[in-house]
Design a binder for this molecule. Structure first.
Ligand code: ADP
Ligand code: GLC
Length: 485
């Protein structure tokens, strides 16, 4: 089949700019699509980290002020591992410290509507006849609210077919009505079936309403967001568009996350050489100041600490850990109350609980390798990458059955051990009691070394490579192009 030209628009890309899974996906999916033969370019803001990483980036085009609130900008061309990058250079909007969304003290940048309004506008422009460059995509693929609004211009003004992927529906990008004119959206867009959403301009709602096709990052989440409990107030719209909504499970980068060749680890190992995993546990216990216990499992957490991730459920039972008995290591940052709660728990249980606040990519790898069991009691989880990293690292995940967690983790039972599918532990519901019960089951299974080895190997055999997802996106893009014509 004819290869497609694809513009992948995103607000983050690992390793340079990453606040969560979107960074990992944006680094891997465009490459996987390029490897399967497509002509892919990734568009993202030229944040300081990218300016530093690509000093050789060359000026490709000037972009005039496209609307009253949008400053002029430039497109720079760079390349990473054969993947062309289009860096949107606009220092007044993107050249600042902190992360893409918040300042160093954790507050949303006050001009996020303009910052991501420009990113969306330029993504759309590149898919239109007025594009300042001579490469024209068949598909403009936006990700989350920050680039979803691109679909609105493509809808009202014409241009390429569009796809919007929801990585997390909890973030919608809602701003005041005056922004419509300030961003240069037509008056006709101000309708309930346009960009308007309860009197506000919603970037995500606009994308979900107007993109040619929609996707989200797991089949279960695609179903869940059609339900009020998960879809927030967007569920009716998603039900209305369900024939155009696809659930495609994310993959993982099997080179970056490979226990047999991971430079961050104390010892490398593989499914048929699992004994060396123990050395990673000892090294992690030492690094984190935990007792060098070998008689109890070590539970691991690497996570944004937010309501979504359900770690308050863990905090509520944290003081009981020594009765299991078990140890706990936590790497995370986010909500100050959760951060303080974990620090206090570590103080009450020295040697048994260790907490590191902050973002540390290498430590994340060492926890995946050194922990015995990985905890993800998420209330909702569109896909989740850490449970897949854990499966690959022989560290069975313990999860709540939601979204991508439900699609990747198979609860251990007599039946699933017999058919070799059981690869982790699934909580009965979203409560501390259910978390505790699942941790008890995991600790008991860990004590039976032969059974534990079977669970680890079942997980390590799973194939979460991007190849499958890339093939599904290929079909989705072709469906969008057919709809557009
Ligand atoms: P989400 O995108 O909702 O945060 P995912 O599971 O999709 O959840 O992806 C999270 C990604 O961010 C993973 O690669 C995980 O290892 C990483 N991560 C989260 N918190 C930290 C942290 N404190 N330090 C290092 N990596 C982290
Ligand atoms: C979001 C979701 C997470 C998903 C990631 C990448 O941040 O919270 O579940 O894995 O996006 O798609």
């Amino acid at each position: 089949m004819k290869p497609l030209s694809i513009l992948f628009a995103t607000s983050e890309m690992a390793p340079w700019v990453k606040t969560g899974g979107l960074g990992d996906v944006s680094a891997a999916l465009p490459r996987a699509l390029a490897e399967s033969g497509h002509d892919v370019r990734a568009l993202l803001p030229c944040y300081p980290a990218l300016r530093q990483a690509f000093p050789e980036a060359t000026a490709l085009a000037e972009i005039p002020a496209l609307a009253p609130a949008l400053p002029p900008a430039r497109l720079l061309a760079a390349e990473t591992d054969g993947l062309p990058l289009l860096l949107l250079d606009c220092p007044p909007l993107y050249d600042r410290p902190g992360n893409p969304y918040v300042d160093v003290s954790g507050h949303d940048w006050p001009d996020n509507a303009i910052r991501f309004g420009l990113l969306s506008r330029v993504a759309a422009l590149l898919g239109q006849a007025a594009s300042p460059i001579d490469w024209r995509p068949d598909i403009v693929h936006g990700n989350d609210w920050q680039t979803a609004l691109a679909a609105a211009w493509l809808h009202y003004e014409g241009g390429a077919a569009s796809v919007v992927t929801v990585h997390n529906i909890a973030f919608q990008g809602c701003f005041g009505e005056p922004l419509r004119a300030e961003l240069g959206l037509p008056e006709a867009a101000w309708r309930f079936d346009g960009v308007e959403y309860h009197g506000l301009l919603s970037f995500l709602k606009a994308g979900l309403q107007l993109a040619t096709r929609l996707s989200t990052v797991s089949p279960s989440y695609a179903r869940e967001i059609q339900d009020e409990a998960f879809g927030y107030a967007l569920a009716p719209l998603l039900r209305h568009r369900r024939d155009h909504l696809h659930g495609i499970l994310n993959g993982i980068d099997a080179k970056l996350w490979n226990p047999a060749a991971d430079p961050a680890l104390a010892a490398s190992y593989a499914a048929n050489r699992l004994a060396a995993k123990r050395l990673n546990k000892t090294a992690l216990q030492q690094e984190m100041g935990l007792d060098p216990a070998t008689d109890r499992p070590l539970f691991g957490v690497v996570s944004r600490l937010t309501e979504q991730k359900g770690h308050d459920l863990l905090l509520a039972i944290g003081d009981d850990l020594p009765t299991l008995p078990a140890q706990l290591v936590v790497l995370g940052s986010g909500n100050p109350a959760l951060e303080a709660g974990f620090l206090a728990l570590a103080e009450r249980l020295p040697g048994q609980v260790a907490v590191r606040l902050g973002f540390d990519e290498n430590l994340a790898h060492r926890i995946e390798a050194g922990a015995d069991c990985f905890l993800m009691p998420s209330r909702f989880e569109p896909c989740g990458l850490n449970q897949m990293y854990s499966l690959r690292y022989g560290t069975p995940p313990l999860v709540q059955a939601t979204g991508g967690l439900a699609d990747t983790v198979v609860d251990v039972s007599a039946a699933t051990l017999a058919d070799k599918s059981g690869n982790g532990f699934v909580m009965a519901d979203s409560s501390s009691d259910a978390l505790w019960a699942a941790m008890q089951r995991a600790a008991a299974a860990w004590s039976d070394k032969r059974q534990w080895l079977r669970i680890q190997q079942n997980g390590m055999r799973c194939d979460f490579s991007w190849r499958h997802a890339a093939a599904d996106y290929d079909s989705l893009y072709r469906a969008a192009i057919a709809d557009r014509h």
